[in-house]
Design a protein around this ligand. Structure first.
Ligand code: PLP
Length: 222
């Protein structure tokens, strides 16, 4: 078994069954992904559109691809035909573009709304207020080719575990609030994508349902 497959197996044995592992293969070559694929892993995430589209083209068609990075509106069309889940929807405008691209090809595209939970200025994401504005709008109700199945967030890059935990806790609480106000009878709204190599354990303790793990599986990216 390849080293990558070994790392994935180890993680799968460690995390609870309700948590989905998304190996983040960004910057890693196709043959590395293929090794893991040949050991039975069919879920991978990337954070750049071109790279994701290229890998989708050259790797087996039954891989479930996740886009976890910031997404520009004009590039949605390259992912719309095949993407399994877009984690980084960070504006209403982008959500509407995804809907439009889905409409063009007759697909309902699964998305997560990315919340700005970090204290850092640099991270992308919606505020809680903006999320309420989206769900309260008449426009949102008309979007038939996009399905919001949960939320996503990235904690501050820090060694302060207390801060990380507080940010993840905040996202979980917000998810529950949104669920009870807008998705009470909707079983599809069930995902909280939070946790990376350095903080996934805290994320799981705070309610994560999807962890996005890169370097811990594939090694450092430098
Ligand atoms: C790269 C990346 C990850 C994985 O990061 P690691 O620290 O290598 O596990 C997770 N989420 C997003 C959005 C990323 O860009």
């Amino acid at each position: 078994m390849s080293q990558v497959a070994d790392k994935i197996n180890k993680l799968l044995n460690e995390i609870p069954p309700h948590v989905k592992l998304i190996p983040i293969s960004k910057t890693k070559p196709e043959n590395t992904i293929l090794e893991a694929y040949n050991s039975g892993f069919k879920i991978f995430g990337e954070n750049k559109v071109q790279e994701l589209a290229r890998k989708h083209e050259s790797l087996p068609g039954d891989i479930e691809w996740h886009m976890v990075g910031h997404l520009q509106s004009n590039k949605v069309k390259y992912l719309a035909p095949f993407i399994h889940l877009l984690h980084g929807i960070d504006s209403f405008k982008l959500l509407k573009v995804v809907n439009k691209e889905g409409e063009k090809i007759g697909r309902v595209i699964n998305v997560l709304l990315q919340l700005h939970i970090a204290t850092e200025e640099t991270k992308f994401g919606l505020s809680e207020e903006e999320v309420f504005q989206i769900f309260d709008s008449e426009e949102f109700k008309l979007l038939e080719n996009v399905k919001v199945i949960g939320v996503m967030g990235m904690a501050t890059y820090t060694s302060d575990e207390g801060l990380i935990r507080k940010e993840f806790k905040g996202l979980s609480r917000f998810y529950e609030k949104i669920k009870s106000e807008y998705f009470i009878d909707n079983k599809d709204f069930k995902e909280i994508s939070m946790g990376m190599s350095s903080d996934y354990k805290i994320a799981i303790e705070e309610g994560s349902t999807m962890i996005r793990i890169g370097s811990l599986i594939f090694g450092s990216r430098i």
